[in-house]
Design a protein. Structure first.
Length: 317
């Protein structure tokens, strides 16, 4: 007997700090519960809170919570006495009740709106005994409810327009005036901007500039299917096809292909030999050469050679 007593004292000494913290937390919670329960019991005794014909789900849930609290108190009592709880039915009971409370959480969310509606009606509506009904009556009332009751009320809307006066003229609201920036730019500056944009556009299409950019960038070298410069027409076609492919991947749909697009694709696949781009920048290169200007003020006339030296005479019949 003495050995068992010493073992229980050692077990109680090990669990004493944790038990004291739990008892303190439990005491604080019990003080709050006691104050609320006493106020409710006074109202129930005075018939201010009818307890009959309530929601059966809440009654079952309250019984589970009460059983859970009793099991916790008994669990702490055995701990305070230094008794072992290994294999005791109270542990199994606590686990089962906790599992039940976790499983009924979706039901709490579904009934939350109905319960709040009933409590709000009880606070500011008629007598509570006429509001609290059973589950069966609640379901029947929901089925009989007119859905038009939940329609918006136009009278509660705030009018955005002022009340009409006596034959006044409608005047639209005035916004802050703004000045267009284009008005400050002269024609010469606009022309310079257009030339710069055109030069940038031509530089992007130039194979020489693209090669320089590829050399200065840190990207890996691109392996191309063709040798030589590709034509502008082919470059535009490839960019349009890439944009179309990106759009198809985003929308998860395949865009229809017309006969004209099929014919153009066939032509482009045949012409991807690197020779179409040889003459694309020829005009730009020749334009930059320092050619001598002619002294003629008028436009340059190009004489077209005549076929044969003799004129064709019309025959008279």
């Amino acid at each position: 007997m003495s050995g068992e007593h010493v073992g229980s004292e050692d077990l109680a000494g090990k669990d004493a700090p944790r038990l004291l913290a739990l008892l303190k937390e439990m005491k604080d919670g019990l003080d709050v519960v006691k104050s609320k329960v006493e106020a409710l019991t006074v109202k129930v005794k005075q018939d201010k809170l009818p307890t009959s014909e309530g929601i059966s789900y809440l009654e079952a849930k309250h019984l589970l919570l009460l059983d859970y609290c009793q099991s916790i108190v008994y669990y702490l009592l055995r701990k305070a006495k230094g008794l072992s709880i290994e294999g005791h039915p109270v542990v199994r009971n606590l686990v089962e009740i906790r599992l039940f409370l976790e499983k009924i959480r979706p039901i709490d969310k579904k009934l939350e709106y109905q319960i709040q509606k009933i409590t709000k009606a009880a606070e500011g509506g008629p007598a509570p005994d006429k509001i609290v009904t059973s589950n069966k009556e609640l379901d029947e009332s929901q089925k009989e409810e007119d859905p038009l009751k939940f329609r918006p009320n136009p009278e509660m809307l705030v009018s955005k327009t002022a009340p009409e006066g006596g034959g006044g003229v409608y005047r639209p609201p005035k916004f802050a005036p703004t000045v267009m920036d284009d008005d400050k730019i002269s024609k010469k500056e606009k022309q310079v901007l257009r030339r710069e944009k055109a030069m940038v556009r031509q530089a992007k299409q130039s194979s020489f500039v693209n090669e320089l950019m590829a050399n200065f960038e840190d990207r890996p070298e691109e392996v191309r299917e063709t040798v030589g410069a590709e034509s502008i027409e082919l470059t535009r076609y490839l960019s349009k096809r890439e944009a179309k492919e990106r759009q198809e991947e985003e929308l998860f749909t395949r865009a229809p292909v017309t006969r004209r697009e099929k014919k153009l694709e066939k032509h482009m696949t045949k012409s991807r030999n690197g020779l179409l781009g040889l003459t694309d920048g020829f005009f730009d290169d020749v334009k930059m050469l320092p050619l001598e200007e002619r002294e003629t003020d008028g436009p340059i006339e190009h004489s077209t050679p005549k076929r044969g030296g003799k004129r064709n005479k019309k025959r008279k019949f």
